[in-house]
Design a protein. Sequence first.
Length: 300
Amino acid sequence: MTAKLHLLGPPSLVTDGRVARMHSAKILALLAYLILEAGGRHSREKLATLFWGESPDAQARASLRQGLYSLRQTLGNLADICLVQEEGAVGFRPHQDFWVDALEFQTLMVADTADLDMLRQAAQLYRGSLLEGLMLSDCPAFEEWLFFCRDTLEQQALQTYHTLAERLIRHGAPQEALPFARRLVTLEPLHERAYQHLMQIHAALGDRDGMRHQYRLCVEVLAREMGVKPSPETQALYQELTVAKAVMRFLSSHSISTMTTSVGSSTRAWVLFSVRRSTAERPRRCSHSTGRSRKWSSKK
């Protein structure tokens, strides 16, 4: 048997090409926990408390036994390979026949981020938050674990989108960079770097209105949510891109010789300098970030 488990975004399990149904959301959560915490064995007492902590001890242990039995039924022969059950502990052993998107994503995150293809793969894998839509209100300890695990994976995804957008813009591929920048601003709507990416992309694509729209969105969101204006870097970028568009229209309607005659060599030099400056690399630091106060590094 082979299996594919999607934990990023709406969860799903496919075994031998067919969608498999889990007994309950709690059993799915148990499987996800064992997979993502596969570095060691977990005591049965710990797992029973984590998922059935509001039940009496004997009932919680019985529920865990039933849950593990349900997992074995669902996973078939893969349970013998991947599901490690000892007298007092349970664990998960990764195997090539049991593919998990979250594990693949984490593997790519520790790989060479200079490889654009690997970054593209990671971006494609992140379809949404971990176990999207799942909530176990009677399992507060698991909910706490899930919150921090989701946050870690989301921050890794944000860094991936940021790096892809920045490098693709620099490499002259704005159209390919566009969906990554859009995803970035969707996940992190208060971070200005995402709007800077979108402004640069729309400008590079010749979409003047789109560039202005992204700047206006940035102004509105920051004013509404944080009561601040865009950083000087964002304002400077907007001015440079606006000037660059005006310069390009001027260049398209005047030949170089006409420019020299009509506006003089010093003005012509300033025009050409403005065009070059508008395409230069932007500052990598913004004064505003999310409430979590995280900074993104610019990986090359």
